[in-house]
Write a protein that binds this ligand. Structure first.
Ligand code: 13P
Length: 255
């Protein structure tokens, strides 16, 4: 059985007081959560501490990014080791996003850099959520499968079988992120199945069937159920709709 996950990527949103209000509101509505699902929230790194310091907060948290370097003169960066050190027993912080399309596009993160980030996280026993996805032009020119395949091969296929089992993949078509335009459940399923086939070709069926693959891109309460009902979609990575407790809980309950 693959793990079902619904994760909220807050990106560069919510200030300290808003984080506190969110946690209080979320905690008061926890009883409404019906699904057996792992919930993760990715706040801005500066507020990781605010979240885990809140009473009764038992939801997993993750970082949105880490450096590909171990340590040294890299002003402004946070290392995987620092993330591990922040919550050494991994009671709350288990995950880190790697290769979100915004990082790829605005910070020039290549598959080679992302492969290094994956390595740094695994060395620290943190779980990468490795994001992949094609741009609109690439889908229009029907190169989307090829693009995603090379993101997976170049970012992940240096890992051995044991290592790859410690990560999660998120398929986020760039044209669906923050645009209101969602991939149809058919388009999403097709790509998730393709990613699983790609994993099977490199590793084996057991490995391919064990890795959770999440969908991200304008996922909201109105379309989450349909997306999550697809056989190869194991949950979602939610942007805008995770910033509001009620819609996030509705999405969580769609699994
Ligand atoms: P939206 O849900 O706002 O489209 O963002 C998706 C995303 O980028 C999650 O990482």
């Amino acid at each position: 059985m693959r793990k079902k996950i619904v994760a909220g990527n807050w990106k560069m949103n919510l200030l300290d007081e808003e984080v506190i209000n969110y946690v209080v509101d979320f905690n008061s509505k926890k009883g409404e959560i019906e699904s057996e699902v792992e919930i993760i929230i990715f706040p801005a790194s500066l507020y990781l501490d605010t979240m885990i310091s809140m009473p009764d907060w038992d939801i997993k948290i993750g970082a949105q990014n880490c450096s590909q370097h171990k340590s040294g003169a890299f002003t402004g960066e946070i290392s995987a080791e620092m993330l591990r050190d922040f919550d050494y027993d991994c009671e709350n912080l288990h995950y880190c996003l790697v290769g979100h399309s915004e990082r790829r596009a605005y910070f020039n993160e290549t598959n080679t850099i992302l492969a290094q980030k994956v390595d740094r996280l695994l060395e620290c026993e943190l779980k990468p959520i490795y994001c992949c996805g094609e741009e609109l032009e690439q889908r229009k020119s029907e190169s989307h499968f090829e693009v995603v395949k090379s993101q997976i091969i170049e970012g992940l296929f240096h890992l051995d079988e044991k290592q790859i089992l410690n990560l999660v993949i998120a398929y986020e078509p760039v044209w669906a992120i923050g645009t209101g335009e969602t991939a149809t459940s058919k388009q999403a399923q097709e790509m998730h199945q393709f990613i699983r086939e790609t994993l099977k070709e490199k590793y084996n069926e057991e490995v391919a069937n064990s890795i959770s693959i999440l969908y991200g891109g304008s996922c909201k309460p109105s379309n989450a159920k349909e997306l999550f009902s697809q056989p190869d979609i194991d949950g979602g990575l939610i942007g805008g709709a995770s910033l509001e407790v009620d819609s996030f809980i509705q999405i969580i309950n769609s699994i």
